[in-house]
Design a protein around this ligand. Structure first.
Ligand SMILES: Cc1ncc(COP(=O)(O)O)c(C=O)c1O
Length: 431
């Protein structure tokens, strides 16, 4: 049994009220906003973190599993990374000329990322996918883009979404087409619809569902046969699956790839990588240029992350923590007779929630998240084990999961699970 914590959320609520008057939509990333949590029960703000633990402005402590929505690979306030940032801070954050950490970090990327013959650095995952598509169009001279799930907020990718289309030129939408992951035919159909005019197919190499045998290889061949570039968006997978990303894990090297989130353990750093042949071919025609691309604190953090990955069993530990959490959670769910399952690879998981008939409802996610956060476990969309989660953290989490599953069972048995909600149900938001 894990105790339900006595908590107040007054400071979180007061800050959110102020944000309504000063910040567009109240948040910089929609999925960090309170709509994706249980309003009235979940904290809205996090003020500080250490290891895998975070504290809200009211002083409540939680074990976190969404890890800053992906960036926190090693842990919050992780000494080797923070030390490297502080050391670099003493030298300067950025200069009037290019600076040595750019070269050092580029060489580390080339050493470890299979598709990296040359790289460029940006600040966000969106900028990296924007750059990849620009490179692909410049290299191929073609127009259309076949895309997978979420790739960021820039115009070409946002135009392929079904929500928040304000301000996007309708013409952009005509050149962006979605295909279904693990459905090679859906990609083949699009190549056939725009023969000879597809610049790139961009997809995450993997999300939760494992790639079917031959799927990633099939995409590579399809692109090669049609003169298009294969782009792996590793903004989430990168550095979690392995130091060389999911491309290294699956042994499939794309033409271009993008990395972001976990690259610098929370500092803003993203990478677009490509073969030397492609990068050299577009060098004189492409325009990718940004003041903070060579900002040194993030590069120092990125170098420190690479060194931790090189020298410590980070990847192995993250995978083994995830395996334990997944195995024991799913076993527990079966024992308690609830339709809850942790899905995905151990380094990148998410919950699937169902009722006894196999039906899904956001109410079910909300119920489980509510019961967890009341007991000090903060869940979001993803479950990302980090290097600093301890065995004791996992023990405690499993205790809380057991209590939350028992409430979930009772709520379903009551015939009125909504009556178990103490706060507002979460909403699905994009981005
Ligand atoms: C697969 C993928 N690509 C790109 C992005 C965009 O990254 P950013 O939010 O850093 O712009 C995200 C963000 O969640 C993502 O999940």
């Amino acid at each position: 049994m894990a105790a339900i914590r006595e908590r107040r959320l007054d400071r979180s609520e007061a800050l959110w009220a102020r944000a309504q008057k000063s910040i567009l939509s109240g948040t910089q990333l929609y999925s960090k906003g309170p709509e994706t949590h249980i309003r009235g029960v979940s904290p809205i703000y996090i003020e500080r973190g250490k290891g895998a633990h975070v504290w809200d402005p009211d002083g409540n402590e939680y074990i976190d599993y969404d890890m800053g929505l992906g960036p926190i690979l090693l842990g919050y306030a992780y000494e080797a990374v923070d030390g490297a940032i502080i050391e670099q801070l003493g030298r300067g954050m950025g200069f009037s000329l290019v600076s040595p950490p750019e070269v050092e970090y580029a060489e580390l990327c080339l050493r470890h990322i299979p598709s990296a013959g040359k790289v460029r650095f940006l600040k966000t995952g969106s900028s990296a996918t924007e750059a990849a598509i620009r490179i692909a169009r410049a290299y191929t001279g073609k127009k259309h883009v076949i895309r997978g799930e979420y790739h960021g907020w820039h115009e070409w990718t946002a135009s392929g979404e079904s929500v928040r289309q304000g301000g996007i030129l309708p013409d952009v939408r005509l050149a962006v087409h979605r295909f279904e992951y693990n459905d090679l035919e859906s990609a083949e159909r699009l190549f056939a619809t725009y023969p000879g005019d597809v610049a790139a197919l961009i997809t995450e190499p993997v999300m939760l569902e494992a790639p079917k045998p031959g799927f990633l290889e099939g995409l590579k061949k399809l692109c090669a046969d049609n003169g298009a570039l294969l782009v792996f968006d590793e903004v989430v997978d990168g550095f979690r699956f392995s130091i060389g990303g999911a491309q290294e894990y699956f042994g499939i090297t794309p033409d271009l790839s993008t990395f972001g989130k976990a690259a610098a353990n929370g500092m803003p750093l993203s990478i677009v990588a490509g073969s030397r042949e492609i990068m050299d071919a577009v060098d004189r025609s492409i325009f990718i240029s940004t003041t903070f691309g060579g900002e040194t604190l993030s590069l120092a953090a990125g170098i420190a992350v690479m060194h931790e990955l090189e020298n410590k069993p980070v990847t192995k530990r993250i995978w083994s923590l995830g395996e334990r959490l997944k195995g024991e959670t799913n076993q527990m769910a079966r024992r308690l007779g609830v339709g809850i399952e942790l899905e995905g690879y151990p380094c990148r998981m998410a919950f699937d929630y169902r009722d006894d008939k196999g039906g899904r409802d956001w109410l079910y996610n909300s119920l489980f998240m509510q019961e967890c956060v009341k007991r000090g476990i903060l869940l979001g969309w993803s479950i990302f084990p980090c290097y600093s989660h301890t065995d004791a953290d996992i023990e405690e989490t499993l205790n809380v999961f057991e209590d939350a599953m028992k409430v979930y069972r009772k709520a379903l048995d009551s015939g009125n699970p909504a009556s178990y909600m103490e706060g507002e149900q979460l909403k699905v938001v994009l981005g």
